[in-house]
Ligand binder design. Structure first.
Ligand code: NAI
Ligand code: MG
Length: 509
């Protein structure tokens, strides 16, 4: 039996204006998981109106930080309570392994708590001490919520992406219209139920399911939306940025990556091998931070390649619900085709296929959108597989001669999201990390994103930062209020500049 979900607008569940629906399917067996309302322009318009009303008239933006924090923490607690029940649905909807989805729920609840606390720790109003002088002026710096925010999220971390978007926006006092990815809308709609249970004022959070080119595009084009926050492909990110110009919406974008993961000569093989495979193959490479280019010292090429391939062979593909499965299916047939076509491109451009390269034929995996863990050796950084984001379990190994060359190769990319450096001498590794033009670098680790540290991209990996205190600032406008304390006309800075004192007489009645 499939589940049915409606749109969440103004605190209520309603069908789409058109009455149309769409289905999400389980990437492991292609069975229908759930049915969703297909939101379009008219639904987005209703949601934006509700969000606008909640922002202008509702209490949300005027609540104290502590009050907003309380709502947000309540929601985080509800997520924790419900996680066991909802986990199998997230797995069915997205193809995420059980292990990964379990981590997602835990992280989502904790990250949401952090965002809730930002509502109490952020200085929404402060005095600019340097500028203020008793008897002269007082200068205030205010951080005010931007307003109505349109938020568009992808399918790779469905619940967590919703939290990264909602958390800082709500903490800042904004109201929101969220559009989940059409492949994986289920956990966002379950989240809507929890938002209703917590009793958020109507219109503060609205969630409209639908397709990118319909609901997504309508949200970006809407003249009454003040900001768009997007996570997804660089291609759509660029498009959104230009569309958002219509009313100069603020934008934050978290887009693609082609992160370089660099093994230095002194790296500890025990951790660098498995760590690099985790960097590349976690969630089947469907991570914006995936370490999809592995740079190894040419002098030690054979030993690294041999061990990498050997360990990668041991990665277990299987039913994502099985707790022992390491690698589940990709999210969709479209993504499967896309990844296989990149593998073909790699072969035709002369990269050496060392492992995998196909849809597996093993029993039990027939209906799933699986791709074998795939490793290419002898990759040149100019090749398509080294330049474009594949978003599948495909690792390109690129040998380098000197560390300076490794840096040059790593930075030779339109992307700049993340990177890794592995070496026993952590000072040397840190020195290299500083040279990478990316928003995050891990030394002897990978994929570890903390809610307390800013996360985001250089170059075409995006604009703005999520996580950390910066995440909330991205949802605020900064205002300066100047309060003059001079108290007499003669002391004003303009006295004597515009109107001659002799020709001027103030009326005091
Ligand atoms: P996408 O960028 O098309 O989709 C992401 C979100 O944007 C979805 O909610 C989608 O409905 C929405 N969207 C699509 N077109 C839109 C439009 N014209 N206006 C407004 N919203 C729109 O990504 P897609 O097609 O799912 O995946 C393609 C590639 O994008 C992947 O292979 C991967 O390389 C990259 N990607 C990167 C992600 C990341 O975390 N940085 C996440 C998902 C995909
Ligand atoms: Mg798309």
């Amino acid at each position: 039996m499939t589940r049915d979900y409606q749109l969440f607008i103004n605190g209520e569940f309603v069908p789409a204006v058109s009455g149309e629906t769409f289905e999400s399917i389980n990437p492991y067996n292609q069975e229908v998981v759930a049915c969703f309302a297909r939101g379009k322009d008219a639904d987005i318009d209703k949601a934006v109106k509700a969000a606008r009303k909640a922002f202008e008239e509702g209490p949300w933006s005027r609540l104290s930080g502590q009050e907003r924090c309380d709502y947000i923490i309540n929601l985080a607690d509800k997520i924790s309570e419900k996680s066991k029940e909802l986990l199998p649905f997230e797995v069915a909807d997205s193809g995420s392994t059980f292990k990964k989805a379990k981590g997602d729920f835990w992280l989502a609840a904790n990250q949401l708590k952090y965002f809730g606390h930002l509502a109490t720790t952020t200085k929404f109003e402060e005095i600019l001490e340097d500028l203020s002088k008793p008897g002269v002026s007082k200068n205030y710096l205010l951080r005010e919520p931007i307003g109505v925010c349109g938020q568009i999220i992808p399918w790779n971390f469905p619940l967590m992406m919703a939290i990264w978007k909602l958390g800082p926006a709500l903490a800042a006092g904004c109201t929101v219209v969220l559009k989940p990815a059409e492949e994986t809308p289920l956990s966002a709609m379950e989240l809507a139920k929890l938002i209703q249970e917590v009793g958020f004022p109507p219109g503060v959070v609205n969630i409209v399911t639908g397709y990118g080119e319909e609901a997504g595009a309508a949200l970006v084009a809407h003249p009454n939306v003040d900001k768009v926050a997007f996570t997804g492909s660089t291609e759509i990110g660029r498009h959104i940025m230009s569309e958002a110009a219509c009313n100069m919406k603020r934008v934050t974008l978290e887009c693609g990556g082609k992160s370089a993961n660099i093994i230095l000569e002194d790296a500890d093989p025990d951790i660098a091998i498995d760590g690099s495979l985790y960097a590349a193959f976690f969630h089947g490479g469907q991570c914006c931070t995936a370490g999809s280019r592995l740079l190894i010292p040419a002098s030690q090429k054979e030993q690294w390649v041999e061990q990498l391939v050997e360990r990668a062979r041991q990665i277990q593909l299987g039913n994502p619900m099985d707790k022992n499965t390491d690698l589940g299916p990709l999210v969709s047939q479209k993504q499967l085709n896309r990844v296989l076509s990149y593998i073909e491109k790699g072969k035709s451009e002369g990269a050496k296929l060392l492992l995998g390269g196909q849809k597996p034929s093993s029993e039990g995996l027939e209906k799933g959108f699986f791709v074998e863990p795939t490793i290419f050796g002898e990759v040149n950084n100019k090749m398509t597989i080294a330049q474009e984001e594949i978003f599948g379990p495909v690792l390109s190994i690129i040998p380098y001669q000197t560390e300076a060359e490794a840096v040059q190769i790593a930075n030779d990319s339109i992307y700049g999201l993340a990177g890794g450096v592995w070496g026993r001498d952590t000072e040397r590794a840190f020195a290299m990390a500083k040279q990478l033009r990316t928003g995050t670098v891990w030394v002897n680790e990978y994929h570890l994103i903390s809610e307390k540290a800013p996360f985001g991209g250089y170059k075409q990996s995006g604009i703005g930062r999520e996580m950390g205190p910066e995440s909330l600032y991205e949802y605020t406008e900064t205002k300066h209020i100047y309060v003059d304390e001079l108290g007499s006309r003669e002391k004003k800075f303009w006295y004597d500049t515009l109107i001659k004192p002799s020709s001027y007489s103030a009326t005091t009645s």
